[in-house]
Design a protein around this ligand. Sequence first.
Ligand code: ZN
Length: 383
Amino acid sequence: MPHSERRIIEQLRQLVGAPSVSSTDPHWDQGNRAVIDLLAAWLADLGFRTEIQEVSGGGAKANLIATLGSGPGGLVLAGHTDSVPFDEGRWRSDPLALTERDNRLYGLGSTDMKGFFPLALAAAASFRETPLQQPLIILATADEESSMDGARALVTAGRPKARAAIIGEPTSLVPVRMHKGIMMEALRITGRAGHSSNPELGNSALEGMHAAISELMAYREQLRERYSNELFQVAYPTLNLGCIHGGDSPNRICGRTELHFDLRMTPNGDNDTARGELEERMARIAAERDLAIELRPLIEPVAPFEEPAESRLVRIAEELTGHRAEAVAFATEAPFMHQLGMETIVMGPGCIDQAHQPDEYLALDQIRPCITLLEQCIRRYCL
Ligand SMILES: [Zn+2]
């Protein structure tokens, strides 16, 4: 095994060994600072200027912006440093101890996406003796798997700026230029409870919910007609009725009920329009039935993402990989990179099918092609 590959595996061993779960469940949620500090030290050794942006009070959660060279253009290689919670009992080996077997590196976050960083560092190291004409920026973020607060903090700060950004989420090194957005909403309907023997004694929230659900399902059909997009495997926006709670007894009129649903919009549409239209429809039902209906977001929404097929970055990535750019079913920080004004694609080592799973792994045969591809991208944007 060549020396550079040993260093990559050793770095990944340390990154996986630094737990950095992020979760909306406080029982699971951890900081990512240990991962950020490891990366900052290694990047400083490579000559990068490193800057740590605190995302939570005290800096237990942080982003890292590491820059080599300077100038108005350049390239960002971006990844998140957090992982999802894990079910240790279902792993064959310790999820926090990188384990090599069957030409794969097993460990929590090995493919999603701590594994990207040692490869980006190896690609950067090839330019140690070459002065860059435009900056190369390695960006490491916090909380992508939960709130995307790391990416939101970058947008607020207006940094980093470059011509283009590649997010190294696992795509088997195929360029991705589109994904859907995510909204998660709670719909709460409040009526008036009363004895079931006389409907005049109350105003049923459940019957109001029946009307609301019919309206949501009709709206879903409209979204499909308006915003279908053939690049996606599921080629239209989806709206899933996830869970519902309400009522207490068969002989009482239901006074309150709440539905949680998600809406995944294609880049043909946008979250704000959908939210406005949902509110309008729910307000109509509320008025017709004299109910209180409240629609509130359960998470900060993530916008759908689309990089135009004709953008320079997409064309370069297609040329270098020999693959047409695709759409994926998972959301990323790409819409935030877009907001910062950068051409953006998602393209990284490993396969999303292994992400968020027990026995997550990065196949060793992804390492060399990924480094070569990143070196070629750096050459295009920074030399
Ligand atoms: Zn990821």
